[in-house]
Every structure is written in structure tokens, then in C-alpha cells.
Design a protein around this ligand. Structure first.
Ligand code: HEC
Length: 106
């Protein structure tokens, strides 16, 4: 085996494992979460903050500052909007928002 191949393959093999173990919402499905957010959440955020609505998650004064707060914010929205999401749907949305914007590792 070429000398550089082993470290390279270890690097590639290790990355997802590390990312997964640090992901507080690892059992969620980010693609499913993205579809839910696109359908139910973006429009209102965009109408208030302009752009594609993502500024609400990245603004300096954001209210979500931990993975626990992200979960409870999603739960509140779910209840307030009467979406009747199941827990796994909330988890999917949490995984998507965390991976894309918040990036909490625990
Ligand atoms: C009717 C309008 C509306 C809809 C629909 C809506 N939101 Fe929001 N959302 C808001 C507003 C307004 C805020 C800012 C609240 C504040 O600043 O106190 C917010 C804030 C948030 C935040 C916190 C952002 C931060 O500061 O870190 C998250 C996360 C969030 N919404 C998720 C969702 C999700 C998930 C949905 C879809 C289920 C959703 N929202 C649907 C109006 C809406």
C-alpha cells in the first residue's frame, strides 16, 4: 500500500464517526427535517427578517444558545402553530437546524 494511503483512509474513515458522536441529534434525519422547515417555518421567518429567513438562526441576538434550547424552541413552535409533529419529526428538524446553522456539539 502506498505510504500516504493509510493516513488518508484513516482520516476519511474517522471523520464521520467523530462528527456523529458529537452530534446531539444524531438519530434525526436532517433531510426530512429540512423538508419540514421549508414547508412550515421559513416563510414567516423570511417575512420578518427578509432574505431566505435563515438570518433568524444566525443573528447576534439569537435566543437559541444550546441544543436543549433548540429542542424547546422547536417544541414551542410545534405547539404554537398546532402542527402536531411527533417527537421524531421535532428531532429531524433539530438535526437539520443544528447541522446547518447552530452547530452545537453536545
Ligand atoms: C408565524 C411566524 C413564525 C412561524 C410560522 C415560525 N416561526 Fe420561528 N420564529 C418566529 C419569530 C418572530 C421568532 C423570533 C422570536 C424572538 O425573537 O423572540 C422565531 C424564532 C425561531 C427560532 C429561534 C431563533 C434564534 O433566535 O435562535 C427558531 C429555532 C425557530 N423560530 C424555529 C421555528 C420552526 C422550527 C418553525 C416551524 C415549525 C418556526 N420557527 C415557525 C416566527 C415564526
Amino acid at each position: 500500500m502506498k505510504k500516504w494511503l493509510l493516513p488518508l483512509s484513516l482520516l476519511i474513515l474517522n471523520q464521520p464517526a467523530v462528527a456523529e458522536s458529537l452530534n446531539p441529534f444524531k438519530h434525526g434525519d436532517a433531510n426530512a427535517g429540512k423538508a419540514l422547515v421549508n414547508q412550515h417555518c421559513i416563510q414567516c421567518h423570511a417575512s420578518r427578517l427578509g432574505g431566505d429567513g435563515s438570518a433568524i438562526y444566525t443573528r447576534a441576538t439569537r435566543i437559541v444558545t444550546s441544543s436543549t434550547k433548540l429542542s424547546s424552541q422547536i417544541r414551542n413552535c410545534n405547539t404554537m402553530l398546532d402542527l402536531k409533529w411527533f417527537e421524531d419529526e421535532e428531532l429531524n428538524v433539530a438535526k437539520y437546524l443544528n447541522e446547518t446553522y447552530y452547530k452545537f456539539s453536545e
